[in-house]
Design a binder for this molecule. Structure first.
Ligand code: AMP
Length: 303
């Protein structure tokens, strides 16, 4: 596997791969790789021998509102190289900040409206998503992949990226893959390493809250306030208070008051020094065992 740090070298590699008749998959990450990232890499490598997989690792300063969170973001390049290579990637693209944003950089790509102003946008500021869409546009433009892989764990981000690609007619398929979880259900996240043992134990209440909501939905409950209360109670029992715990339309992110159709339960919870995100698609007709299955292995695949 090659470690590439410049856009010029990246373009050389992609040019050679294309001339050899290969298709190209991109897995954008912020590094500190874990099994969630590896599942995205696997989804790309599964596309066969005539397909190369490029993993980008870039902690994008433009999507961090909180300088402390940026400074504390884990950096594990040596381990990332090993993991990406073992997972079958051909390139790890690790650009420096000034390779991505050279002097004079003055362009921003924005998706406006509910998709970026609600949920994470309401709490972190819409600038967070403007940072995401700017860097994703740049990465898609640098690599020009046939397909790019994103995690359902960041459901809003995946929706925003899909909107960006549709609106700008970018010639790339966006593939959204299920959330990979720890044995106790906690969604894998690079930020989990910052939790103390006690905080890590309490964080298990987050998937328990999602399960409680799924069980309530399956038992026939349609009132969103009641479902949210069941989930909130699980968090409260672990001493956790969500920043938001909301049931929304999974396409528009507008609030739902009743579970009339497929809905997205999205949650952000501060635990110790970090904010943890999780979500679950609530399908009123899905039995609790299947809902737990969903929690153990991630929401139903979307792409
Ligand atoms: P990050 O490095 O956290 O920016 O994540 C890079 C990509 O991996 C994003 O598309 C995330 O949604 C995805 N991802 C992060 N955590 C998980 C997980 N637990 N399961 C699946 N995908 C994930």
């Amino acid at each position: 596997m090659r470690i590439v740090r410049s856009v010029a070298d990246l373009r050389d590699f992609v040019g050679q791969a294309r001339r050899a008749g290969c298709t190209v998959g991109l897995v954008p990450t912020m590094g500190a790789l874990h099994a969630g990232h590896l599942s995205l890499i696997a989804a790309s490598t599964e596309r066969g021998h005539a397909h190369v997989t490029i993993v980008s690792s870039f902690v994008n300063p433009r999507q961090f509102g909180d300088a402390g969170d940026l400074a504390a973001y884990p950096a594990t390049e040596a381990e990332d190289v090993e993991m990406a290579e073992d997972a079958g990637a051909q390139v790890l693209f690790v650009p420096a900040v000034d390779e991505v944003y050279p002097a004079g950089f003055a362009t921003e790509v924005r998706v406006s409206g509910d998709l970026t102003s609600r949920l994470e946008g309401a709490h972190r500021g819409a600038e967070h998503f403007h940072g995401v869409t700017t860097v994703v546009t740049k990465l898609l433009s640098m690599v020009q992949p046939d397909v790019a892989f994103f995690g359902a764990k960041d459901a809003q981000q995946a929706l925003v990226v899909q909107r960006l690609v549709t609106d700008l007619n970018l010639p790339v398929e966006i593939c959204v893959r299920p959330t990979v979880r720890e044995p106790d259900g906690l969604a894998m996240s690079s930020r989990n390493v910052r939790l103390s043992a006690e905080e890590r134990a309490r964080a298990a209440a987050i998937p328990a809250a999602l399960s409680a909501a799924a069980a309530a939905a399956f038992s026939g409950e349609r009132d969103v306030a009641t479902i949210v209360a069941a989930a909130t109670a699980k968090l409260a029992a672990a001493g956790l208070t969500p920043e938001y715990l909301t049931v929304v339309d999974p396409e528009t992110l507008r609030d739902r008051t009743a579970l009339d159709g497929r809905s997205l339960l999205a949650v952000a919870v501060p635990v110790g020094p970090v904010r943890l995100l999780d979500n679950l698609v609530l399908e009123p007709s899905v039995a609790p065992s299947a809902a737990h299955q969903t929690l153990a292995h991630g929401p139903i695949e979307e792409g």
